[in-house]
Design a protein around this ligand. Sequence first.
Ligand code: ATP
Length: 279
Amino acid sequence: MIEARGLVKRYGGIRALEGVSFSVRRGEIFGLLGPNGAGKSTTLRILTLLTRPDAGRALLGGRDVRADPAAAKRRFGVVPQEINLDKDLDAEENLRIYAMLHGVADREAKVEAALARAGLRERRRQRVGELSGGLQRRLLIARALLPAPEVLFLDEPTVGLDPQIRREIWDEIRAARQAGCTLLLTTHYIEEAEALCGRVGILDRGRLIALDTPAALKRRIGSHVVEVTGADGRTRRRPCRDEAEARRAAAGAGGISVTIRPANLEDVFVELTGKRIAA
Ligand SMILES: Nc1ncnc2c1ncn2[C@@H]1O[C@H](COP(=O)(O)OP(=O)(O)OP(=O)(O)O)[C@@H](O)[C@H]1O
């Protein structure tokens, strides 16, 4: 449904993307996971026609998005990282205007459904600037879904939000998939990639270093991790094939504190790059 083929992008001397390729299947939630500066937003900006790659192609439904940009744009919606709602208007007005500009048919019913989706039926007349950051983001997602796009791109959809509202947004994203939408999102939150995405591409310094389901990515390093904090206060981690191996490793570990826990995608990233995702 979505395909990145050998995307290269440079900003002056900065190599933002160095040949990124992946494809997203129809109906899946696909995550691009990586630390700040890995190239996630740049990839999204190329796929959504906001910037040109120096090399490579972006395809939607098998067609190069640059071949007919207007046609491509009709097929996808975008939820940007910055909230670009009109903060002086209320929630309903924001949706109505967007629906009008996008020629959405059966507007009243669609706006009503969008308000419900964003949990804003009771607060439809409230100025958007007065809504919490979480509700603004939910409105942003509901607005992007108004024209029922085949594909939705989301750039860091829950950045800076508390866990409760993050889960509400995950539900909104899952509901979009249930309705038949294909979703590509970027995130640097491990739990978000694990909880939400069918497959995850891990980006680091402009390269895609791994791509698979969260479970398969974790299987590469083993199911458990032993963390040992030494007398110097430093914590070292050791991935283990299974819990039994982790117990044996923990028993002989020494150190002032030893913990066994299930492996996560952060561990995969550390194994692949030698550094952490979250700085
Ligand atoms: N318009 C620009 N001009 C110059 N450099 C840029 C520009 N946009 C991105 N970069 C650089 O390209 C690299 C990749 O940035 P990008 O925003 O794609 O990363 P990211 O993974 O989305 O990180 P973040 O979560 O911080 O946005 C970074 O080194 C960044 O500083």
